[in-house]
Write a protein that binds this ligand. Structure first.
Ligand SMILES: [Zn+2]
Length: 341
């Protein structure tokens, strides 16, 4: 028996035979195909076999691979490739100095932690399955479950189970992908995105996350009336704390807040590309890069209330290039086509 319990908070977590999800989250149409599967899988990985917090949390990556990614594989090769490309696109936004080894991931506290602990870990499980084959991979999972259910397991225990299942030591693989930070330097075009690597961010269309995870993003508010909502929203979406400025800094990633009626003039005066979304809804958000490749995000709102309405939703849309909001609801969203200006 398995229960799904609705909760008034917007979070989700699982316990053996129970998953607890925010009321609003349960209502979203995509939830059954994504987060619910993820929470169900945690009954095995996370709440059935426990991660060893001292030596790193492997359970988010394994759950992402066996639930979220498995749904995409069921949908088709193109959907799966899209997800892998999204992982690498997110990683391209992580400054090398902020990168860390998978073994040092414990829980998602900010954008970069989820890029490593969820995305990189899921890709590493995919690489392992590509390497030892599907049968050996599934045998490894069974071994791990049989040996470690209702006990703590470390990355080293996973290595042992998969090595035994493959009939060959996987020590070197785990050393490279779990114990060390980073990724191999880009070589070739790697069009299938099946290996964790650093891809030049300029090859991907700009997305909100490029600014959200930047360690030193600046925040500019062009209309004083937005100061308070902008300040709260900036703290919600940015990994690093940033003070509000009135002027555009000479360089570095920047998050810009403005009123729908004045933002266009401000962008022109400051030499930034013109608005890329026609004014519609109550707020529009878009990511871009200026002539010097500086990433920026513009949040254009009808008024302070329209801006305040984005608090809950916007942090979840870092993978997008643009959104149109109607109040708190993201009415439209998308990723710019490759090589768009
Ligand atoms: Zn999870």
């Amino acid at each position: 028996m398995f229960s799904i319990v609705s909760s008034p908070t917007p979070t989700g977590y699982g316990m053996p035979s129970l998953t607890y999800l925010g009321r609003e989250v349960i209502r979203l149409p995509f939830i059954r195909a994504t987060s619910l599967g993820h929470e169900v899988l945690h009954n095995w990985w996370g709440n059935g076999v426990y991660p060893d917090w001292q030596s790193g949390n492997w359970s988010e990556g394994l759950t992402t691979f066996l639930a979220d990614y498995a749904y995409k594989e069921d949908e088709g090769a193109e959907a799966a490739r899209e997800m892998r490309m999204g992982w690498l696109r997110d990683y391209a936004a992580v400054p090398p100095g902020e990168d860390f080894a998978l073994k040092d991931f414990t829980s998602r506290q900010h954008g970069i932690a989820s890029i490593i602990g969820y995305n990189k870990a899921a890709m590493v499980f995919l690489m392992l399955r590509d390497r030892i084959g599907k049968e050996a991979f599934e045998r490894g999972l069974r071994l791990l479950w049989e040996r470690k259910q209702f006990q703590t397991a470390s990355w080293t225990d996973l290595e042992a189970a998969f090595s035994e299942a493959a009939g060959q030591s996987q020590k070197e693989f785990f050393r490279q992908w779990v114990m060390q930070a980073g990724a191999p330097a880009p070589t070739g075009s790697d069009p299938d995105f099946r290996v964790w690597r650093r891809v030049d961010p300029k090859l991907f269309p700009p997305i909100l996350r490029e600014v959200f995870v930047a360690p030193q993003a600046s925040v500019v508010v062009t209309d004083e009336v937005l100061n308070s909502s902008a300040n709260t929203l900036a703290q919600r979406v940015l990994d690093a704390r940033a003070a509000l400025a009135e002027r555009l800094p000479a360089k570095g990633p920047v998050l810009i807040f403005g009123l729908e009626t004045t933002i266009d003039g401000w962008l022109a005066t400051n030499g930034l590309p013109a608005r890329q979304l026609t004014p519609r809804g109550t707020a529009q958000v878009w990511a871009g890069r200026d002539a010097k490749s500086r990433p920026y995000v513009v949040i254009s709102a009808r008024d302070a209330n329209a801006l305040a309405a984005l608090q809950r939703g916007l942090p979840h849309y870092g993978k997008q290039s643009w959104l149109v909001f109607d109040g708190a609801r993201a009415a439209e969203k998308g990723v710019w086509p490759p090589h768009a200006k």
